[in-house]
Design a protein around this ligand. Structure first.
Ligand code: ATP
Length: 231
């Protein structure tokens, strides 16, 4: 279980996050919603260890991890699918997937079949270069690469950004399937409200670096929540 408590984050004198709290549990999807520039990516980078926090705590499976390096956090089972995907354009699909092996013990250095079951297109395109894939296929590759690390916490930063509707549907189905396994906590950052609302168990809305709403989705009114996101 992930418990982020009262997180502060600064870029120089500018404060990007103010006392933001969030939690994520296995078998549930926590959706972080908010407009451009409200701090969603900063929050995810802070959880992954790619951005330094200036206050608050990040607890994962009972331990404080707020000062650990990104690779130590990855070894503890945290993986991020970054905004913009960041796949390697000159490496093949297979080689991109294999970059996920780095922190794994030798006996786990293979691509689980489940990844090809979730995204059959990856199997068909194993020898193609990452850069030759469509945006949607690259997003599936980025998710596949994160799954290679066998994460217990999967963070997805705007996976629908710039993706065509049919692939958005596939990605939603894959995220839903991963939740149903029950052993993975998922944090989904989105600006696409309808997509996030469909999937969310818990909702956090950020506005100008602050969490202005945090609640299980069941207790929220959809229209009210949508209005808070577009304040
Ligand atoms: N490396 C950085 N240095 C300085 N300021 C930054 C840096 N990264 C982000 N910011 C600023 O911090 C604030 C939050 O940015 P962040 O990228 O976390 O927001 P976001 O909600 O993820 O936006 P988007 O949806 O556009 O990705 C913005 O004002 C942004 O300009």
């Amino acid at each position: 279980m992930l418990d982020v408590t009262e997180l502060d984050l600064h870029y120089g004198a500018a404060q990007a996050l103010r006392a933001v709290s969030l939690s994520a549990r296995p078998g549930r999807i926590t959706c972080v919603l908010g407009r451009n520039g409200v701090g969603k990516t900063s929050l995810m980078r802070a959880i992954m260890g790619q951005a330094r926090i200036s206050g608050g705590s990040i607890r994962w499976e009972g331990d404080e991890i707020g000062r650990l390096s990104p690779s130590d956090r990855a070894r503890r089972g945290i993986a991020i699918v970054p905004q913009g995907r960041e796949i390697f354009p000159l490496l093949t699909v297979e080689e991109n997937l294999e970059t996920g092996f780095a922190g794994l013990p030798r006996e786990q250095r293979f691509v689980p079949d489940e990844i090809y079951e979730l995204f059959p297109v990856l199997k068909k395109m194993l020898r193609r270069r990452g850069g030759d894939l469509s945006g949607g296929q690259q997003q599936q590759l980025a998710i596949g690469r994160a799954l290679v690390t066998r994460p217990k916490l999967l963070i997805l930063d705007e996976p629908t950004e710039g993706i065509q509707p049919s692939i958005i549907k596939d990605i939603g189905a894959a995220i839903s399937l991963l939740r149903s396994r029950g052993d993975m906590a998922i944090v989904l950052v989105e600006q696409y409200f309808d997509f996030a609302w469909e999937l969310a168990d818990d909702v956090v809305v950020l506005d100008r670096g602050e969490a202005i709403l945090a609640s299980p989705r069941d207790r929220l009114d959809r229209e009210e929540a949508a209005a808070r996101v577009s304040l």
